[in-house]
Design a protein around this ligand. Sequence first.
Ligand SMILES: C=C1C[C@]23C[C@@]1(O)CC[C@H]2[C@@]12CCC[C@@](C)(C(=O)O1)[C@H]2[C@@H]3C(=O)O
Ligand SMILES: O=C(O)CCC(=O)C(=O)O
Ligand SMILES: [Fe+2]
Length: 358
Amino acid sequence: MSSTLSDVFRLHPIHIPLPSLPNLKSLPDSYTWTAKDDLLFSASASSDSHESLPLIDLSDPHATTLVGNACTTWGAFQLTNHGVPSRLLDDIELLTGSLFRLPFHRKIKAARSENGVSGYGVARIASFFSKKMWSEGFTVVGSPLHDFRKLWPSHHLEYCEIIEEYERHMQKLAAKLMWLALGSLGVEENDINWAGPNSDFQGTQAAIQLNHYPICPEPDRSMGLAAHTDSTLLTILYQNNTAGLQVFRDGMGWFTVPTVPDSLVVNVGDLLHILTNGIFPSVLHRARVNHIRSRFSMAYLWGPPSDLMISPLSRLVDPLQSPLYPSLTWKQYLATKATHFNQSLSIIRNYMSSVQIS
Ligand SMILES: C=C1C[C@]23C[C@@]1(O)CC[C@H]2[C@@]12CCC[C@@](C)(C(=O)O1)[C@H]2[C@@H]3C(=O)O
Ligand SMILES: O=C(O)CCC(=O)C(=O)O
Ligand SMILES: [Fe+2]
C-alpha cells in the first residue's frame, strides 16, 4: 500500500523547503499573506450569519438524513458519539505534541524526501504559494516504523501501536460514514463492487497527516495551511482544543469550526465529489493560527485502493446526460493535483466535456 501512493510523488518531485518557523516578535515578509497571495484570504463570513457547520450525533436515528444534508450543502460536518475512544484521541494528540516538540535536528532525521510522501516537512501544497505557511507537518503512509525509530529510538514501538489503533478505528468510521452519506442518496451496497464482500471497504488506503501550528506573532496576516480541498473520499480530522479550522461556503465566506470536546470534523474530498457526480461538493478549507496557543490537528485522509478506477455512480447520473467526470484512479487524481492543485476538478471536468463534443 505505502509503495503505491508514494509512486505518485516519485513521478512528481517538488522542492519544498523545510519549516524554519521564525521565533520573532513581528512577521517576516515571507510569511505575510494578503489577498494577492490568496484571492479568498479575507472572505470571512458575516458575523450576523446564523449558519454554522452542522454538528451531528452519530447515534441520532436521523443520522443518514443529517449526514446527507450536511454533505450536500457544506461538504463537511462535525461529529459526536462516533465511537472512537476518547483515550485514543488523547493518545494521538500526545504523540503529535511529542513529535513536534522534538528539537529541529531530531525532526529532520525523518524529513520527507523531495519525491516521497511520508515524513516531516511542510504540506505539499506549499509549492503553489509564494508565501510560507505558519505550520509544520508529518505525513504517515504505510508503516511509520522506519521514521518513528529515527525520532524516538527507545519509544517508537508504543507510538507505532497508537498509529495502528488510530488507523483501525478511523477506517471503520470512514466506511460507516461513507454508507450513511451515500445511503442518503439512495445508493445501495451492491452499487459499489469495490466495497468488498462484507461492504466494509477493506483494501482502501489512507494517509495520516499530523499538523502543528505554533504560536504566531501576527495571526491576522499569516496562514497556517492555505485553502485547499482534500484529494480523498473522506477526511476525518481531530483538532485539539484550539480553534483554527475554517470551511468555505460559496457566496457566504469562511466559517470557523468551533472546538467541541472529543468531536471529529468530516470533510467530503474530491473523489467523493466525483463518485457522487458532483452532488456532494468537496469542501474548501484552511487553517488559521493564533498568538496565544499553539494548535495541533490530526487528519485521516481516506481514499480507495490507489489503482482502482473511480467513476460517477451510474445511479447518480441522469440517464439522459453524460457523467460530469471521467473514470480515474486515486493515483491519477493525486498526480493531477500535484500539478494543477485547486484547478484539478475543473480540468478533468472540462476534459470530459471536450471529449463529448469531439
Ligand atoms: C493522500 C494524500 C492527500 C494529501 C497528499 C497525500 O498523498 C498525503 C498528504 C495529504 C495532504 C495533507 C495536508 C493537505 C494536503 C492538500 C497536502 O498538501 O498533503 C493533503 C493532500 C491532498 O489531499 O491532496
Ligand atoms: O489543521 C486543520 O484544521 C486542517 C488540516 C487539513 O486540512 C489537512 O491536514 O488536510
Ligand atoms: Fe485538508
